[in-house]
Design a protein around this ligand. Sequence first.
Ligand code: ADP
Ligand code: MG
Length: 248
Amino acid sequence: MTPALSISDLRKVYRGGTVAVNDLSMIIEPGDFFGFLGPNGAGKSTTIHCVTGIATPTSGAIEIFGVNAVTSYREARRLIGLSPQEFNVDPFATPRQIVEWMGGYFGLHGPERKRRTDELMERFDLIEHQKKNFRELSGGLKRRVILARALVHGPRLLILDEPTAGVDVELRRDLWRYLQELNRDGTTILLTSHYLEEVERLCRTIAIVSKGKVVRSGPKEEFLIDGLEAAYLSATGAEPDHVAGAAA
Ligand code: ADP
Ligand code: MG
């Protein structure tokens, strides 16, 4: 079967010489819920930027459902929905506009775009908020708008870069439910998160990235033998005491 995402020997060196991604390879099977973990600065967002065309790879190959992400950028990008780590929206735009504009970008117009926007407002419980300014919304509501925007064109691969950072417990649970429904309906999901509990609950496959490389990957069950936290700490070379703040 053609992978949903295939990355081979991806390398990204920023101007100035920072090697953000250092020969990273990984494969995500269609239908998977894939957790992408690693410390700050490990290269997760840069990898996502290369996959979605925000950054140009220095070398290596990326295919989305068999489509080359660099040479067939437009076709590849249509297959992806992206919820970026930073909110990249006009703070004065309304949730409705934000979703409609992205629909327009992907070629949805007129009644079709209206119908799709209505559907997403309904699905993410945004109807009562759809005419407010984005900046007035709580962190959890903002995340839902960004998720709705990511889905407007019906992508087959949904990429979420730290979607629950700064989201309170209740709204995080809502987001989990939405993501599980989407995955059940066949959408492949790549999730980046620092919440190990969240990854353990949602993901079927996990990759841990450190210093621009995948240092460990496999089915979730393999990580649970010693516990995900222990696996994470040993794969990234962190000192448990340091991380837990327990050094006395
Ligand atoms: P993560 O998402 O895992 O926290 P990033 O991909 O954001 O990691 O960053 C990886 C490395 O690349 C870091 O050292 C970061 O400072 C650097 N970096 C990220 N974006 C840029 C950029 N636009 N220009 C230069 N360096 C960058
Ligand atoms: Mg990041």
